[in-house]
Design a protein around this ligand. Sequence first.
Ligand code: COI
Length: 434
Amino acid sequence: MPVRRSKVLLVKWFFESQHKLQTIRWCSSSLRYKELEETSTQGQLEPEPPITASIPGVKPRPHITPEISFKHDDLQVTLAAPYQLQRKPDAIDLGFGKYFTDHMLKIQYEKQLGGWQKPKISPFEPLSIHPAAKALHYAIQLFEGLKAYRGVDDKIRLFRPDLNMERMNLAAARSGLPMFDGDELIKCVKRLIQIDQEWVPHSETSTLYIRPTLIGTEATFGIMAPESALLFVIMSPVSAYYKASSDGAVSIYADPSVVRAFPGGVGNRKVGSNYGPTIDATARAASMGHHQVLWLFGPNHELTEVGAMNIFTVYINEHGDKQLSTPPLNGLILPGVTRRSILELASQWEDLTVKEEVMTMERLIMLNNSGRLLEMFGSGTAVVISPISRVGFVDKEIYIPTMKQPQPVFQRVKDTLLAIQYGHIEHPYAVVIS
Ligand code: COI
């Protein structure tokens, strides 16, 4: 049939040539803007915020342009249907970040629509993301990690969530991602936890790990602040982050040829690009029988971090006092919530001197050789406290007597943190979710 055949040819030509049809692209983009205007007149959109307005309750910081934040009061909740609810895994199978709860929180940011949109809690689902999204190409993203603990009194507690919010906003500023009022996100996360409260393990060896993440979703290849972004929060019941040796300690390998961070970089921000590039060095350490990498920096081989943790040493100082020490926040170090809490808590213990100071490999070896090095440990939200008993450094094996101390500092620190987190003692660091 000639008419049908010419139609087929036209369609075929159209598919083969559409990439050349400038007019079609013009039409479709003007249609997009038309749709946008129509929606906005239906009163669905937030009014354009004044760019210079400040976030209530957030202290202004240098180099940070505050945005009008989303508000917990606008939170919309869609609960999962009974058939969408998943079976909860046994505590023994949890691992770290293998299972996810039934709901998630999503908050869109669209500059053209006035910035932050309404927060939404919805059933847990995969994201649909444009392949050109800046997060996928330039790592314009950040994440956080905090935990919800079920206390001895069955109340659920968060640990200093305000510090995670502060760190998120600092990382957002560095990557041109939109900032927000941390208190509003905490309120939304509390609601999410309340909804999925049965996912908070009834155990003191497991917790609910909360992963707020902010990604640049604008689908253009320019390396610039994204005009659209997505803040989402997912939650996972977890037990130990990794397996240690039978005595509970780990062995770490210091390879001076790799660095985790450098001055002026983003070692002090919780961005994904600090973590992906550690995989190869960690695999090499593992192939030599070590659990984690000890990250060194500079010609003096300064100790900076270990794996994804902050690092601490305990030794007898030149005055004969027992000293707890960790590297200062000099730009190379993640300002860990656990790190800060350890420093604050331990500085109240009269039998311990607490100091932020640079520690080099040479000094560490000297302290160990003279019998003054007592302990080494890593700290972080995921792991809490991880004692270290061996350091591999170039061709040396350094054995640290961490597990041989009669009353180790790492254990005291760990017990204190867990007692606060699980509500054995009332403490202002623990925020009860009512
Ligand atoms: C944490 O301790 O919260 C961490 O950052 C570890 C995480 C990257 C798994």
